[in-house]
Design a protein around this ligand. Structure first.
Ligand SMILES: [Zn+2]
Length: 77
């Protein structure tokens, strides 16, 4: 996906530069929720028998959340 040269945000059709602090906070919250949900979905899809322990799930969720958090932070001014 193309990124904006000014704010490094995703260059969508409705793109606007200068994200507000509230938007950034919302993004972080969404990243955390999305990371957790993604881990849950991945666990359900790839491990329907619940072979993987909860511990592994938390590591997966943490890794995904961290990746998304880093991406979100990099988009800030
Ligand atoms: Zn921009």
């Amino acid at each position: 996906m193309a990124t904006c040269p000014k704010c490094r945000g995703h260059l969508t059709t409705g793109h606007r530069c200068r994200r507000t602090a509230r938007q950034q906070t919302l993004d972080l919250a969404l990243a955390g929720v999305a990371g957790g949900l993604t881990a849950l979905v991945m666990t359900a899809v790839f491990d329907p028998q619940q072979v993987v322990s909860e511990y592994d799930g938390y590591i997966m969720a943490g890794a995904i959340a961290l990746a998304m958090l880093t991406q979100s932070l990099m988009q800030q001014d």
